[in-house]
Structures are given as structure tokens and as C-alpha cells.
Design a protein around this ligand. Structure first.
Ligand SMILES: Nc1ncnc2c1ncn2[C@@H]1O[C@H](COP(=O)(O)OP(=O)(O)O)[C@@H](O)[C@H]1O
Ligand SMILES: [Mg+2]
Length: 506
């Protein structure tokens, strides 16, 4: 008999079944990883465990006894604590007030603030934070908020601690602190359920791993005997060999150059950049963080100043002062920070889709039917998955938001599409779909520039790859030179073909 058991758990939201009879057993004192693509049902299953959500049918048993919580407070009393994927902190309260929310320490009828601040400082120290417990949560940086969530959970003396994608917002240093904490918890007999997208983390800290796919529990394996590749294949339900589309190298005659930069410089970020982009080409930009890739393209779009340089479209110089000019010249840019710059997450899907191109839906009044049809078309073409089209963009998973962003910029019918970190925060299945969308754009005669910090994906999709280092082009790789080793050598300065200037072929 397992310590914690899910038995035939079914969850329906309205007519949609999101968990299809999940059976899962978790042993006492193990670190159990739960993986699956966005929307697989991981968070829902754990919210059922922690009393936030009631199952439609089925049950959860702890040491053979059925758990029936009417609220999360009940669950916490029973020692089950969930650290949410979304922050669950109150911004206008202090750190200490958040930690003790709902179970404030009192002296007589008065709050014992001093004691709470002292205890809060101890809780913070446990997660390696040296902060004044009186600090308001709104003044904390995001990784500190995440560590505070963890401190708050630890201060609740959990028997079972569930962490839902805790490292999404953490830096590597904080991630290490967290992993030490998890090891400590395990040593003291706490059972940890760890949800993550990051398979290297799962490999590092879990004893066993369970895979959810489309609301079904696919399998539970010993982590030590499962490779990351196998985990990824189990998540998407097919082998990953076909992750990247086949490449058909475009023609590269001088007349095929659709965009060329000459001696392009961005103060503080890029010096004397020159390259040509061909029709039908996917041109990758690699390099270390801070190499100046994002800044180069922000300057090209007029989003930041440049000091010199010429931009040619089909061989003719053009002036771009802002993204509007760029769009008129057939250039669009999808920024890396999709929530901050790309989508208005509180707005409806169709509003996001048509926002940058409203004039074509106005005749003279906005034609809502046309907008609706455009959204349905985009859903089908870009594989945007959502039960309901009449929702705000924030209701979509990361991958589907990114597909919506792509659909949105394609409304402008560009010839050159510049994508900055297009698959960040996107699950494996959606990544693959985005690669195939990029390939389809290239096949349709568009040109794609892709900036990415994920080397396998850059190598997987690019026809050619420009490696930047410290604001300069360190190397241009193609064919058999498109391999991880060479990219790293150029990115780190071990190898360089700087100084050989040939802008078009560069
Ligand atoms: N409150 C809700 N109302 C309707 N559907 C929901 C709700 N919460 C989650 N879902 C749906 O349930 C499915 C599983 O979601 P979730 O458990 O968040 O997946 P995961 O954590 O694996 O990404 C998704 O299709 C999601 O859209
Ligand atoms: Mg989730």
C-alpha cells in the first residue's frame, strides 16, 4: 500500500474532461517528479491533492485513508502544502505578514508583530534570503518572491510538499539553494512532488518520475534508469527524431538577397555588423547572453538608437525609425518577452490578433465578424489550442500564446520575420510546431531570422548560423560546420573569422 495514492481521479471543467481516471502512487519520503506538456493536467491533479479543487470522481488516499478536504486550509492542517505555479502572495503586505497569513501569532488579542518578524527572518534564512521581514512583497524582485513562497511553505511544516514549476523564475544560484533545501527535506522524511519542464532538473533531484499526457497517467519510472530523451518522448507521445523539419537550402544568388545590413552599429552593443538574408532562408543568430543579438535587432526596428549603418531591402537603402516603418518595409519582429511586449494578456484572443492591423478590419466600423473569421483561420493555421476562442490571451498556455503572437505578426503580411527566443517557456510539443511553422514560412518564400539561446534548436532549424560575440560577428556557419562545438568556439572567442569582410556572404 503506497503512502499517497490517487485512485481513478477524474476532473471535468464543464463538458471538458481534463483528468481521465488518474492512478498514481507516491512513496513516503521520495522526491517524485511529475512531468508533462502544458495542459497535461499536472497542476489540476496537485490542486486536487491540496484541497483547492474537488475531483469530479475518484479519490486521494493518504496512508490508506481517504482525504476529503473542503478547502486548502484543511489540506495544510493535514500537512499537505502546495507551492503554486502562479504567485500566491499579497503584494501590499510585508514578508512576515504573508508568511503568517491566516495563522497570525497573537499576544492576548493583539498581534505579536515582533515575534512574527523574528520567525519570518528565520524562515527567510532557511532559503538563503537576507531580507528585512517588514519589506513589502511588491518591492521584491521576482526570484525573491519565489523563494518567499518556498519559505512560506516550509514554515507550514509540510509532510507532503508539492512544488509546481518552482524554478521557472529562479536564477541558477537560487535553483541550487532550492535543490539543497529539497535534499534536506527529503533527509528529514518529507515527501516532495516536483513539477517541472526542465528535464535536467528532474534528472538531478527526483527518485521517480511520472508522466502525464492529455490527462492520462502514462507511466511512472525510476529516474536513474530513464534518460531525458526518453522522458521527452514520453511527454509528447512520439519519438523526438522528427523534432525538426527537413531543411531545403534556398537559392543564394545576389538577386535573392532580401535584406542586407552594412556597417551597422548600436552604441554599447554591436559594432560594424554586416550580413545578407536570402529569400526563403532561416538565418540563426547564436551567441552567449549579452552578445548583442537582441539589441542589434531592436536597433534595426528603431526600438533603440543606432550610430551608423545602412539597411538595404532588395538592394535599395531604406530608413526605419520605428516598428511601423519596419512593417511597411515588410519586416516584423517578435520580441523575446512575449508577455511584456507582444501580447496584451488581459485582452481577448481576436483583439490581440488584429490589434496591429486594425485598419484592414475597419470599413469604416470594425467588422467583428471578419475579426472572428481571422481568429478561426489563425487557430487552424497556427494550431492554437484552446477549448474556447472567447477568452483572454492569458488563459492560453505559453506555447499557444506564442502561436497567437506569430499569427498576430503574420497579419501584417511581412517578408522578413525576426523571432527572438520564439520557444522560451514553451513545451516540447509546441516547440516542434513552431519549428514547422518557421519552416513553412521559409518554404512560402518568406525569410526568417531566429535568435535563440537553445543551441540544439538553432542548429535544428537554421540554414545558416551567425555567431555573435561581444557585439561583433564572430563566425558564419553552414552545412557541416553547423555543429555545437563550432558554435561554442566562436561564441567564446576560441575561434574567429573576424575581419574577413564580405557583407553579403557574411
Ligand atoms: N479553472 C479551470 N477551468 C477550465 N479549465 C481549466 C481550469 N484549470 C485548468 N483547466 C484546463 O485543464 C487542463 C489542464 O490544465 P493544468 O492542470 O493547468 O495543466 P498543466 O499544469 O499540466 O499545464 C488544461 O486544458 C486547462 O486549460
Ligand atoms: Mg501547470
Amino acid at each position: 500500500m503506497a503512502f499517497l495514492e490517487f485512485v481513478d481521479v477524474i476532473k471535468e471543467y464543464g463538458a471538458v474532461r481534463v483528468l481521465h481516471g488518474v492512478n498514481l502512487a507516491i512513496e513516503h519520503g521520495e522526491v517524485h517528479a511529475l512531468i508533462g506538456e502544458n495542459g497535461a493536467g499536472k497542476s489540476t491533479l496537485m490542486k486536487i491533492l491540496a484541497g483547492f479543487v474537488a475531483p469530479t470522481s475518484g479519490e486521494v488516499k493518504l496512508e490508506s485513508r481517504r482525504l476529503q478536504f473542503s478547502s486548502n486550509t484543511d489540506a495544510e492542517r493535514a500537512g499537505i502544502v502546495l507551492i503554486h505555479q502562479e504567485f500566491n502572495l499579497i503584494e501590499d503586505l510585508s514578508i512576515a505578514q504573508n508568511i503568517f497569513l491566516g495563522r497570525e501569532l497573537k499576544r492576548g488579542v493583539l498581534l505579536n508583530t515582533q515575534h512574527m518578524n523574528l520567525e519570518a527572518a528565520k524562515a527567510l534564512a532557511r532559503v538563503g534570503l537576507q531580507l528585512d521581514p517588514r519589506t513589502l512583497v511588491r518591492d521584491l524582485i521576482v526570484p525573491h518572491k519565489q523563494m518567499l513562497e518556498i519559505a512560506k511553505a516550509l514554515s507550514r511544516d509540510a509532510k507532503i510538499l508539492v512544488m509546481d514549476e518552482p524554478t521557472a523564475t529562479l536564477t541558477p544560484v537560487e535553483t541550487d539553494v532550492l535543490f539543497e533545501i529539497i535534499a534536506g527535506l527529503k533527509a528529514s522524511g518529507v515527501t516532495v512532488v516536483y513539477i517541472s519542464h526542465k528535464l535536467d532538473e528532474v534528472k538531478r533531484i527526483s527518485d521517480r518520475v511520472s508522466v502525464l499526457r492529455d490527462g492520462h497517467l502514462i507511466t511512472t519510472r525510476e529516474t536513474a534508469s530513464t534518460t531525458q530523451h526518453e522522458m521527452a518522448s514520453l511527454m509528447v507521445g512520439r519519438d523526438l527524431e522528427d523534432m525538426y523539419p527537413a531543411k531545403s537550402i534556398p537559392s543564394r544568388k545576389a538577386s535573392d538577397v532580401v535584406l542586407e545590413l552594412q556597417h551597422f552599429s548600436v552604441p554599447g552593443w554591436a559594432q560594424d555588423i554586416g550580413f545578407g538574408l536570402y529569400r526563403g532562408e532561416i538565418l540563426g543568430f547564436g551567441g552567449l547572453v549579452g552578445a548583442g543579438r537582441t539589441e542589434l535587432f531592436e536597433a534595426l526596428l528603431g526600438l533603440r538608437p543606432r550610430s551608423s549603418g545602412t539597411v538595404l531591402r532588395h538592394g535599395r537603402p531604406i530608413q526605419i525609425h520605428n516598428p511601423r516603418d519596419a512593417a511597411k518595409a515588410g519586416l516584423v519582429y517578435l520580441s523575446e518577452d512575449r508577455k511584456g511586449k507582444g501580447l496584451l494578456v488581459d485582452f481577448l484572443l481576436f483583439q490581440n490578433l488584429t490589434l496591429s492591423n486594425l485598419s484592414s478590419y475597419a470599413k469604416p466600423l470594425l467588422n467583428q465578424n471578419a475579426e472572428q473569421r481571422a481568429l478561426e483561420k489563425a487557430r487552424d493555421e497556427y494550431g492554437i489550442r484552446t477549448g474556447n476562442l472567447a477568452v483572454a490571451a492569458k488563459m492560453l498556455s505559453g506555447g499557444n500564446q506564442q502561436k497567437l503572437s506569430l499569427a498576430k505578426i503574420m497579419q501584417l503580411e511581412p517578408e522578413v520575420v525576426i523571432l527572438d527566443e520564439p520557444t522560451r517557456g514553451v513545451d516540447v510539443g509546441a516547440k516542434r510546431e513552431i519549428y514547422f511553422l518557421m519552416s513553412a514560412l521559409a518554404a512560402a518564400g518568406k525569410s526568417v531570422i531566429v535568435i535563440s539561446s537553445e543551441l540544439p534548436e538553432l542548429l535544428g532549424v537554421s540554414h545558416r548560423l551567425i555567431v555573435m560575440r561581444q557585439g561583433q560577428i564572430a563566425g558564419v556557419l553552414e552545412a557541416e560546420h553547423l555543429n555545437e562545438q563550432e558554435v561554442i568556439q566562436y561564441a567564446t572567442g576560441l575561434k574567429s573569422n573576424l575581419g574577413q569582410h564580405n557583407p553579403v556572404n557574411a
